[in-house]
Design a protein around this ligand. Sequence first.
Ligand code: PLP
Length: 757
Amino acid sequence: MHSQEIYLDSNATTSVLPQARAAALNAMSECFGNPSSVHASGLKARACIAEVRARARRLLGVPSGELVFTSGATEGIQTAVLSALQAVAGRSDVRCLLYGATEHKAVPEALRHWNQVLGLGLEVLAIPVATDGRHDLAWLREHARHAGLVCTMAANNESGVISDLAGISTALQQSPALWLVDGVQALGKLTLNLVQLGVDYAVFSGHKLYAPKGIGLLYVCEGAPLTPLLAGGGQEGALRSGTENVPAIAALGAVFEALEDTDSFRDVTTLKVFRDRLATALCDAFPGLMFNAPAKWCLPTTLNFSVPDVDAKLLLDAFDAVGLRMSGGSACSATSQQDSHVLRAMGLPAWQINSAVRLSFGPADDITLIDEACRRIRLCGSSLKQHGLLPSSPVKLRPEGGLVRLTANGACCYLLLDAESRRCVVIDPLPELTATLAQWMRCRDAVLIAVLDTHSHGDHVSSSGALWQATGARPADPGALDALGWPLAQDSLILGRQRLSRLALPGHTQDAVAYLWYSESDVLLGAFVGDTIMPGALGRSDFEQSAPLEYCDSLRRLRQFVGSNTLLMPGHDYEDRLACTFESELAAQPLLKRALHEQVDPVAFAAEKAQLESGLALTKHHTIVCGAQVSNACAPMQNGVEASQLKKLVQRHSTLIVVDVRESHEQQLCKLPSLGPQTRMQSVPLTRLLNALPSWLGAAHDQALLLVCRSGNRSGAVARALAQLGHPNCYSLIGGLALWPSVADQKTKVTSPSLLV
Ligand code: PLP
């Protein structure tokens, strides 16, 4: 029986094959000697290495040339690049270095690095690829005449596209260039005829094929230049000094052995059957799904796909909830906000890049695992459908009144719905969210009465028109609305028993306003303040449409209307702080404090602000920043709780409430484990969390809360935000459900969504 976790991210790394684990352990106990020692212990270790090298030669079909054990492909790439560049240094016929535009970052970075270190000043050029991900061979033929080194991968880690190595070999025939092939993703899945192709260098990595991390292999063709990257004790025939990693080499040897026998790994035909089953399950689950590379060119183990109008994060969170591990873009860039350079190079449209998910399994996987993965993929599709999250599959949902907050690239958009009348207002619509918002309203039969902007935005054009169009609703006569969407003839917008009014706040822009949100008893529930005041920042006022001299008075006016503790909901929230209050910001923003305490006049305020705003960099989302962050604005995380400390936490806070901040579909797909009968559980999805803030910060503000999500990111941000808003007792489970010990048992209970509702 396979474990409940189904790992479908094998292009990032794989588990370690049991035989490889055993071989490593055996090497540690039986072959622990230093391979350079001349006594029996050393000889045993050396023999182990020699045996693995011989096996690698057979497997790769390279009877001659060097096979050097390295720490991984990145090291192999450095050695190959250094060797080639050393050899071509000073040659007048060499002007450039070429690499495939979809190459792993290690390749172009190594080319630039060694080009600079060696002072060669060669041009480093990307070989373009077509939309099918394959190299432009005509371009290559043309440029290769002046190239010193050409680097191309055998198969791509993100798209799965297999390169036409035979075509590249032909294109290089008249070229003086040395040729490096990154064979990382090909090992165990494709046959590489390195010798026949005339490859000079090839690199491989153990952890992509069931060996541990930290072991790789570099092939250097006989006669190709080779400069050691590491000099020292002369190991590996002085080609790579440093005591050999014998356990990892032994493990790699066990993987090679498994490749040579026919039982451990599936053949390509079988793998294609697996891939087709997964592809069918994906298409069934997500109507309209598109594959981002043609199957005929792809590895039989990789599927890269996008679902129109469904963000990759939404899919990944749902998959993760049922124990399916996949990734968006490449694993190396998973923590950075950069989109996929591979899909970009292939010229795919932005939506396809932003929605891309990669599913990659390994040749050791079996049909039982694939079928179970297919079942869970369909389960995710049904759950997202039931929650109205697949635009292609509209459903009818019971409308839940209140506020929904959605974000894109640090910008915030709010949707306010009155459940009874179904009237709703959208504030600061974002172009990326048009389809999502329209779908949300359609599923709830919501009646869109206004689309409001808090100001004319500097980082995007309002998508108000697109949203009206997507909902099919009719805006009031455009002549009856002001430029921000407010009906000119009205003082208030009525949403059932609630209402919105507006307050002019020129500063960030001349037309900036706040929308004030009142309850039926005319209590101010919150204010949508755009970029006038954001968590940790004031909106910048150096735009053409800004009114810097009016900013100070606008802040004072807003303060008079809203008081110290009203929730201020910003137009941007770069640090995931949800909302702020004047009280929270006065503590963090000295200039704001001085403005409100009349310690600075509007002219001096504008001048000081201008100074704060000089030379602002782009945001991590590569958009223009709409406010200068104050350095101490984001408090460090102090309230993280390890799973092992949960028992103590429950004992300390007898009335602890565990709050699940995952979205409803994730909660449906994977229930939160119980912390015992005395602990209350509450479900507050992050998108609806603003509705809970007033009670958490008001009368019940000393109520201890343990926030939980999938990985600890969302709950950590909420705990930080609550702490910054003055909540004294909020904690976040570090690592989220991923590290919650009992969650593995829960996952066995994944059932049909209809049974879980
Ligand atoms: N090349 C490709 C195609 C890869 O997928 C990777 C791994 O992400 C590398 C190179 C780098 O390999 P390693 O982790 O062994 O340095």
